[in-house]
Design a protein around this ligand. Structure first.
Ligand code: CA
Length: 594
């Protein structure tokens, strides 16, 4: 029996006639944010607000939260665990490092089946062997693998239904984000991006039939490339050479590695595109400053809105034109409504928190959410473009005597971002966004580079450094009405976990030091924490079953920080790897005392 949240009834939203079903339906996906007995979308609702209307666990009793069970991913394969579990029909479906997927009985915490993608030699994941979660529709579970395949599994048995290649892993393609399931006039589609922006791949968004995996449409993210619809060429992305010089667009990056959002209110997919390739921006435009917008390198470092029926681009917003600091524009776009306006918020790698009009991509507001941003003075609200600090652009190697190393600059944020992949949450109760931010900078310089298949295509060197003695991580409560920061919760190590918020007035997130933490959503005061035994870089969720509210998170330290973190990586070397799921609830007496 699916229950409609008390929150919906209290706010006067009509209860939807949702019948219990043994198969995930379009209605299940469309109403996931309000059906408290399941979590069947990445983001706890297609808008990815990561807000639960549940209140059984709340500010007054969260201190009593205890483990219900824990589950080990086992084996020698540990490293970063960044997944968001799916909860459906008495089961948890959770992905793990090295492209594994586990089906676990929710009552007992015991494994029902396990799928291991058996990866080939020579895969090229840039940023650890992670996976961020699966998608579910009907009786099928979908997830992407490090050898760039999309796999469809029978949710009851784990048997493979179909498997499709997303790209050539030898050229650097891989996939780690949760697929997105959307309705369209071609039936239900499973939509993915591609990873590989550090290898000169070309980012795409692909839509496939959930039934057999056949490609319905494909939309490249770099101008000049042709889209595809129903087996034929469709339209060109942008206009050839409008914002890219020569042939650079052919290996232009713009990886869609973090997946996307589906906004039902405008029937739009919104995907982010990563850095243009290579990192050395002087190879992608001809001068400083470039005349007009000719060096912008569209649609890299942009949010791109796509029509789910055709794969055509409806609008775009580029966060970092002529990007040169690895400020991937992939961060999640979270639709929300304010004062009757249809808006969306996104916190970019580049340190600015943007509010967009989600009907057309127009900029409404942009404010810094980290300190000491060095590369831009501000975002001009009239033009929607950054006001660059030209001296903070890494120098052109061609300007030096030997041409080998351009001028070194110290830039903030570091290339791992004011915020990286880890998703923020939006509370319908408090009206605030809770953003997992990091305060760090980097020395960065440019070098010459040419494209070689399967080799890193950067043309840059870098060392990340902390800005403050006592913390790098900084969870920030941001008011989207004006971008003001209401409170900050500091953490010594960089934050790398997703955030969840609840109508119980809580904000849940994890730390590399191993804690799952619950804060008061109004003050940032710590109300509860639990040591999970390894770093928490996963995405917390909550649901209810038989009248009890549960909270779950995966634990397992890893991700990009230990691999790419420069001086910061040295400070977190002592942290132990792991691989487990933890599930929490209130002791029965505490739950029934509510
Ligand atoms: Ca990148």
């Amino acid at each position: 029996m699916k229950r409609i949240a008390a929150w919906m009834l209290a706010t006067g939203i009509a209860a939807l006639p949702i019948a219990a079903s043994a198969q995930v339906t379009e209605a299940d996906l469309a109403n996931d944010q309000d059906i408290t007995t399941q979590v069947v979308t990445n983001g706890m609702g297609r808008h990815q607000q990561r807000f639960s209307p549940l209140t059984q666990i709340n500010k007054s009793n969260v201190k009593h939260l205890v483990p219900a069970w824990a589950f080990s991913f086992g084996g020698e394969k540990q490293r970063g665990q960044e997944a968001q579990p799916i909860i459906y029909d008495g089961m948890m479906y959770v992905t793990a490092s090295y492209s594994r997927l586990f089906a676990i009985d929710l009552k007992t915490g015991e494994e029902v089946w396990q799928y291991d993608a058996r990866l080939p030699e020579g895969i090229l994941p840039c940023c650890d062997v992670i996976n961020r979660g699966a998608a579910i529709f009907g009786d099928t579970i979908f997830f992407g693998t490090l050898d760039a395949r999309l796999v469809a599994l029978d949710r009851k048995t784990g048997d493979v239904i179909w498997r499709k290649k997303l790209g050539d892993y030898k050229a650097g393609y891989s996939y780690t984000a949760a697929p997105v399931i959307v309705p369209s006039k071609h039936g239900q589609l499973v939509v993915t991006g591609v990873s590989g922006g550090e290898f000169g791949i070309v980012g795409r968004v692909d839509a496939r039939s959930v039934e057999n995996g056949e490609l319905i449409w494909s939309r490249p993210m770099i101008e000049g490339h042709m889209g595809e619809l129903l087996g034929k060429e469709s339209t060109m992305t942008g206009e050839l050479n409008a914002t890219w010089p020569g042939d650079m667009w052919k290996t232009g990056g713009g990886a869609t590695w973090l997946g996307g959002t589906y906004d039902a209110s405008t029937n739009t997919l919104i995907f982010g595109a990563g850095n243009p390739a290579p990192w050395n921006s002087h190879l992608r435009n001809a001068g400083t400053p470039v005349e007009g917008n000719k060096g912008d390198n569209l649609y890299a470092a942009s949010r791109v809105a796509i029509d789910p029926d055709t794969g055509d681009i409806k609008w775009h917003y580029q966060t970092t034109p002529r990007e040169g600091w690895d400020f991937d524009g992939v961060n999640e776009v979270v639709p929300f409504d304010l004062d009757g306006k249809q808006l969306a918020a996104t916190a970019d790698r580049n340190g600015f928190f943007y509010v967009l009009d989600r009907t057309n991509g127009d900029l409404v507001n942009a404010t810094p959410f980290v300190e000491q941003i060095s590369w831009a003075e501000r975002i001009d609200l009239e033009s929607g473009r950054p006001v660059f600090v030209e001296d903070n652009r890494p120098g052109n190697p061609a300007d030096t005597a030997d041409g080998k190393k351009g001028k070194v600059i110290f830039a903030v944020p570091s290339f791992l971002g004011g915020k990286n992949w880890m998703p923020m949450a939006y509370s319908k109760s408090s009206g605030m966004f809770y953003v997992p931010a990091n305060e760090w900078g980097m020395d960065i310089w440019n070098e010459p580079i040419s494209y070689k298949k399967g080799a890193a295509y950067l043309g840059a060197g870098f060392t990340i450094k902390p800005l403050f003695e006592d913390h790098i991580g900084a969870l920030k409560a941001i008011d989207p009405a004006d971008g003001s920061i209401k409170w900050v919760y500091k953490n010594k190590a960089p934050l790398w976990s997703g955030v969840m918020t609840t109508a119980g007035g809580l904000v849940f997130f994890g730390t590399p030091e191993g804690h799952l933490i619950a804060l008061d959503d109004a003050t940032g005061e710590k109300l509860w924490s639990f040591q999970t035994g390894s770093g928490v870089v996963g995405q917390p969720i909550t649901w209810e079953e038989d009248g009890e509210q549960y909270v779950a998170v995966v634990s397992g330290w890893g991700g990009a920080v230990p691999l790419w973190g420069g001086e910061v990586a040295k400070t977190v070397k002592y942290l132990n790897q792991g691989g487990s799921v933890w599930v929490f609830k209130l002791p029965t007496m505490q739950a029934s005392a509510n």
